[in-house]
Design a protein around this ligand. Structure first.
Ligand code: HEM
Length: 419
């Protein structure tokens, strides 16, 4: 395609400037924003203006989003001018900017390789026992609490936090502090001063942990990174802290969001829950479908074209910011059929989707996330088979607006209703 043709396509493809947002319709808070449906049909590559005033190209079709994510010439380097941060929840977390999720090869590849081992399917399979223990401890604690119980605070948050603490090697007595600091750190509605303070507190905590592991090495990820990488001079202190922060940031609210949303979804679809209980469908497929429809890292992947590029025939100019929307892609009717919350069914085949990204930056923690979601959902429905929502009206569901990742703010249930 020559440049004149591509410019014409570019402009005629979609002449309007759209306002970028991720708000679902008010009365259907668990669906994608309505304008995504329109864009996929009429304007699959749309120019959008973000709250920051910056403009970017928004991709909404499955095949296009996948093509962008697969192509390393779409850079993740957030220090490039015009990188499409948007000034809204999850868009421009200052710490993530320093970590390898916002870097390109070869630095990205080298840093990612250093932390990959504890997240392989083989490694994750060895966590079954301690994951089960973390979950059972939460279930025991909830069984003695006055009803109703908020499952977000008491279960969905506690499970991923307990698991990642254990993998990293956060001492047991520091777990509460770790969870508090993490909570604050992933809140996106802080003032700039509060944000700076919460980041500083978190970094100070990481430094303490690193010093502790130097003094008392253990069999955990921080110790291995300190002894094998930091002390060997392969990474510096800032890079190590950036890695820890990314793992905590990536491994915390994402899975929390899915566990809360997963419980709500299954309670709202008792016929699907029954299929799982009777063994007609697998929990693994249920988890995968939940990950797809809720796409909690919806504000996540951002890229910038490092040269003039083509995406399925559409030309993107060097320096243009790009938003490959995993949320929109995962609701592409052409690939998945109807995908509203009310359409939820557990598929017979495991769905293949983009909620964990694709290509070089594909989610490092996806095996862990899957294992946590499956184990947590199975365990809670096993332990409390009659669990009931206090308020089951979908428009009343309380979603989080102040977090980098999508999820529920609160999920009140009666674990063992009297009748
Ligand atoms: C349901 C849960 C999760 C979802 C939906 C999710 C989603 C994603 C997505 C979409 C990306 C790609 C970002 C991009 O392309 O720019 C990503 C990257 C990443 N995720 Fe996850 N994530 C989840 C759980 C986790 C967990 C449990 C961990 C770790 C403990 C984790 C660690 C990471 C890391 C380190 C990256 C960066 C990979 C790289 O840049 O090479 N995530 N995640």
């Amino acid at each position: 395609m020559n440049s004149a043709e591509s410019t014409t396509r570019h402009e005629t493809a979609c002449p309007h400037l759209h306002r970028f947002h991720l708000q679902p319709p008010a009365h259907r808070p668990l669906d994608e924003p309505d304008y995504f449906v329109e864009l996929r049909e009429q304007c699959p590559v749309a120019r959008v203006e973000m709250p920051s005033g910056r403009q970017a190209l928004l991709f909404t079709r499955f095949e296009d989003v996948k093509a962008v994510l697969r192509d390393p010439r779409f850079s993740s380097d957030a220090s490039r001018p015009n990188f499409p941060f948007d000034g809204q929840a999850g868009g421009d977390d200052p710490i993530a900017v320093q970590s390898f999720i916002r870097k390109d090869p070869p630095l990205h590849t080298a840093l990612r390789r250093m932390v990959v081992a504890p997240f392989t399917p083989k490694a994750v399979a060895t966590y079954t026992d301690f994951m089960g223990e973390v979950i059972e401890a939460r279930l025991d604690a909830m069984a003695t609490m006055p009803q109703p119980v908020d499952l977000v605070e008491n279960f969905a948050l506690a499970v991923p936090s307990g698991v990642i603490s254990s993998i990293l090697g956060v001492p047991h007595e520091e777990e509460q502090r770790f969870q508090r600091l993490t909570e604050r750190f992933v809140t996106t509605t802080l003032t700039p001063e509060e944000l700076t303070q919460s980041a500083a507190d978190f970094v100070a905590f990481c430094r303490e942990l690193i010093e502790l592991k130097k003094a008392e090495p253990q069999d955990d990820l921080i110790t291995r990174l300190v002894t094998d990488r930091l002390e060997a001079g392969e990474i510096d202190m800032d890079q190590l802290i950036g890695m820890l922060i990314l793992l905590v940031f990536g491994g915390h609210d994402t899975t929390t969001g899915l566990i809360g949303l997963g419980i709500f979804t299954l309670l709202k679809h008792p016929d699907q829950l029954e299929l799982l209980r009777s063994g007609k469908r697998t929990w693994e497929n249920a988890a995968e479908e939940l990950v797809r429809i809720h796409s909690v890292a919806r504000s996540g992947p951002r890229r910038i074209a490092s040269e003039d590029l083509e995406v399925n025939g559409f030309v993107v100019r060097k320096g243009e910011g790009v938003i490959p929307s995993v949320l929109a892609a995962n609701h592409d009717e052409e690939r998945f059929g109807p995908s509203r919350f009310t359409d939820f069914t557990v598929p017979e085949q495991r769905p293949s989707h983009l909620a964990f990204g694709f290509g070089p930056h594909q989610c490092l923690g996806q095996n862990l996330a899957r294992a946590e979601i499956v184990t947590a959902l199975k365990a809670i429905f096993d332990r409390f088979p009659r669990m009931r929502l206090v308020d089951d009206r979908i428009p009343e569901v309380k979603t989080r607006q102040d977090r980098a990742f999508w999820g529920l703010r609160e999920l009140l249930v009666d674990l063992e209703p009297a009748d």
